[in-house]
Design a protein around this ligand. Structure first.
Ligand code: SF4
Ligand code: SF4
Length: 209
C-alpha cells in the first residue's frame, strides 16, 4: 500500500501547526523525517503506510483533513516507542491524543467509531471516578455502540455484540477478573480539578482568539 499524496495548503499551515504544537506540547518543526518512529511503531502493521512521520508531515503541511482522518490517531496505543526512538524527542502519542480531541471538537466522523466510543467511555469514567470503573465503562461503551448501530437499523450487529460481551463478562466473572461496585481513587477531586482547569484555559484561549 502506498501513501496518498499530502496536500499543501499554505493558508492553513501555520494556524493548524501552531494549534497542534501548543496543545500537544511537541516541537513538530524539529522533525526531519528520519523515519525512526515509523520503523518502531507498535501498530505499524495495522495502519499500513500511515506512519507517525507521515502524520507529522501532514500537520506541518497544514493538511488538517488528513491529520484528523486517519487510522493512526485511533489505533495508536500510546506506547511511546516512537518518542523513545526519536532523535528530536517528539512524542507522537501526545500528538495523536491531541488530534483525537480536535476531531471530536470539530465533529469529524471518526474513522473507527468503535475505537472512538471506547476512548470516550474510558476518559469519561476516569474523569468521574479518578480511575476506571469496569462495569460503568463497559456499559457506556456498549450503549454508545448499540445506539450507533440502531441508527442504521443494524440490529443483527447489536444482538451479536451483546452476546459476545455477555460471554466475555461471564468468563471474566468465573476468573474473578470482573469487579462490581463503583470504585474511586483518593485523588478523584484533584483529577477533576485538573480537567476543569484545562477546560477553563481552553475557553479563555478561544475567547481571545
Ligand atoms: S523519529 Fe522523530 S525526527 Fe524522525 S521522522 Fe519520527 S518524529 Fe521525525
Ligand atoms: S505511541 Fe502510538 S504512534 Fe508511537 S509507536 Fe506507539 S502506537 Fe505507534
Amino acid at each position: 500500500m502506498t501513501a496518498s499524496v499530502l496536500e499543501f495548503s499554505p493558508e492553513n499551515t501555520r494556524p493548524f501547526l501552531q494549534e497542534v504544537m501548543e496543545q500537544s506540547g511537541q516541537m513538530l518543526t524539529a522533525c526531519y523525517q528520519c523515519r525512526k518512529c515509523a520503523a518502531g511503531c507498535t501498530v505499524g502493521d495495522e495502519t499500513g503506510s500511515f506512519t507517525p512521520n507521515i502524520l507529522i508531515r501532514a500537520i506541518v503541511l497544514g493538511d488538517r483533513e488528513t491529520a484528523l482522518n486517519n487510522e493512526l490517531i485511533w489505533k495508536c496505543v500510546s506506547c511511546y516507542t516512537c518518542g523513545t526512538r526519536c532523535p528530536n524527542d517528539i512524542q507522537t502519542a501526545r500528538i495523536t491524543e491531541t488530534l483525537k480531541k480536535m476531531a471530536k471538537k470539530a465533529h469529524v466522523q471518526p474513522v473507527l467509531p468503535k475505537v472512538a466510543a471506547f476512548h470516550d467511555a474510558f476518559v469519561e469514567s476516569g474523569m468521574r471516578w479518578g480511575r476506571l470503573n469496569e462495569m460503568e465503562f463497559m456499559g457506556v461503551y456498549e450503549l454508545k455502540n448499540a445506539l450507533r448501530e440502531a441508527k442504521t437499523k443494524n440490529y443483527e450487529t447489536v444482538v451479536k455484540e451483546f452476546k459476545t460481551q455477555a460471554e466475555l463478562g461471564l468468563a471474566m466473572l468465573k476468573l474473578k477478573r470482573l469487579h462490581f461496585g463503583f470504585l474511586f481513587s483518593k485523588g478523584r477531586g484533584e483529577i477533576k480539578a485538573l480537567y476543569r482547569k484545562n477546560r477553563y484555559k481552553q475557553a479563555l484561549k478561544a475567547k481571545r482568539g
